[in-house]
Design a protein around this ligand. Structure first.
Ligand SMILES: NC(=O)c1ccc[n+]([C@@H]2O[C@H](COP(=O)([O-])OP(=O)(O)OC[C@H]3O[C@@H](n4cnc5c(N)ncnc54)[C@H](O)[C@@H]3O)[C@@H](O)[C@H]2O)c1
Ligand SMILES: O=P(O)(O)OC[C@H](O)CO
Length: 378
């Protein structure tokens, strides 16, 4: 491609050049965009720019010749028609403070590729973006789905969901972020799409733990199935649509993350199951395992709305060192003596769970002096 042809392509920026940011940059470039990556480290920016490689995060992958990289944020963002963010969730707020003045004149959609919640506030990434960039939520989109970076970088056919409260924004992003190996669907359920991506990480940690202990397929299938119920109950309590959790951003991502050794959350769990302490696991992980930081805020949010999450509770106990990983599977059902219905964690089908949640919420509000449960908006 000539320099002139490259310059005529629609410009997009990707902030963060780890495994997913770089893979997403390749998706966008292969879909016809002029992509500029921002990498925090100058040496990584120059490896992508000059060598068309990111050997630390995507070994063996050749990046498109017309994919660019810089470690100057202003250069990456200049003229971008769409801006994609792919940095660890705990670092997003501080990075957005640097992004904000650079895009003051821009109305480009901002797309979160992240799958975590902020530990301190429990906010989803789209909420942190809205707060820090002071922008209309209709301008924000999130991407999620069964998207293990290395498989996609190898151009294995994959589907994803682009979600925005604005159908128009979701469609504009989905049109840009697709190519012959990457297909994007759209929805307007941002809450369900984001929580699907966050919650499946926690279930994948649980799967890793039992794998590390040496338990087999029955245990894992039980956790995946009951995990989906926990995910759904939680997300629906916050306003998500049930269907979203049955789709690519819920069940789809849950399957991919729970069964793949490429998953960092799964890997972190496996190390815990093998007996490594939490601190040692964190030291061994040189990539982001979002689930580890999301456990505590998710459990706090679950308590706020009266949703029971026995699997996630036990993952936290293993992380805290208060439960032996070997004990995690036998405790997957609740300790109640009364046999439980399968549909919800509260032992009742459909409306019963909702009724139980309402009672819990009322009690929580009473305990909190009348303050309501946290809603969708920050
Ligand atoms: N890797 C995947 O398969 C995948 C797929 C879908 C979604 N995600 C999500 O994408 C997000 C990013 O994950 P990743 O896989 O690219 O992680 P990664 O660990 O591969 O890369 C993270 C990148 O962020 C940079 N970084 C670290 N701390 C930073 C800071 N304080 N400020 C700025 N940059 C910083 C790192 O240098 C690195 O380039 C996560 O939320 C993850 O859940 C990952
Ligand atoms: O490697 P993980 O565990 O962060 O999972 C990667 C993606 O989220 C899978 O969709």
């Amino acid at each position: 491609m000539s320099r002139r042809q490259d310059a005529a392509r629609p410009r997009v920026a990707v902030v963060g050049a780890g495994s997913w940011g770089t893979t997403f940059g390749k998706i966008l470039a292969d879909g016809g965009a002029h992509v500029t990556m921002w990498a925090r480290r100058p040496e990584l920016a120059s490896e992508i720019q000059e060598g068309k490689r990111n050997s630390e995060y995507l070994p063996g992958i050749n990046l498109p010749r017309d994919m660019h990289a810089t470690h100057h944020l202003s250069e990456a963002l200049e003229g971008a028609e769409q801006i994609y963010l792919s940095i660890p969730s705990q670092a997003v707020r501080q990075n957005l403070k640097a992004v904000r003045p650079l895009i003051a004149q821009s109305d480009a959609p901002i797309v979160s590729l992240m799958k975590g919640v902020e530990r301190r506030t429990g906010l989803r990434m789209s909420q942190v973006i809205e707060q820090e960039l002071h922008c209309d939520p209709a301008r924000i989109a999130v991407a999620s789905g069964p998207n293990l970076a290395l498989e996609i970088a190898r151009e294995q056919p994959t589907a994803a969901v682009i979600s925005s409260t604005s159908q128009e924004t979701a469609e504009a992003v989905a049109r840009r972020a697709r190519n012959q190996y990457f297909r994007t669907f759209v929805n307007t359920d941002v809450i369900g799409t984001e929580f699907g991506g966050v919650l499946k990480n926690l279930i994948a940690v649980a799967i890793g733990i039992v794998d590390g202990v040496g338990y087999g397929e029955n245990t894992k299938a039980s956790i995946i199935t009951r995990g989906l119920v926990e995910m759904t109950d939680f997300a629906v309590a916050f306003g998500a649509q049930h269907e979203t959790l049955q789709g690519l951003a819920g069940l789809g991502d849950l399957i991919a993350t729970c069964q793949s050794p490429l998953s960092r959350n799964n890997t972190a769990g496996r190390l815990l199951g093998q007996g490594y302490r939490f601190d040692d696991v964190v030291k061994q992980m040189n990539q982001t395992a979002e689930g580890l930081a999301s456990v505590a805020p998710i459990l706090q949010l679950a308590r706020d709305v009266g949703v029971q999450m026995p699997i996630v509770e036990q993952v936290k106990m293993v992380l805290d060192g208060t439960m032996n990983p070997r004990d995690i599977a036998p405790h997957l059902t609740t300790d109640d003596d009364t046999p439980q219905g399968e549909r919800t964690t509260n032992g009742q089908a459909g409306g019963g769970g909702a009724l139980w949640r309402s009672i819990q919420r009322a009690l929580d509000q009473f305990r909190n002096g009348g303050r309501g449960a946290p809603g969708d908006r920050p």
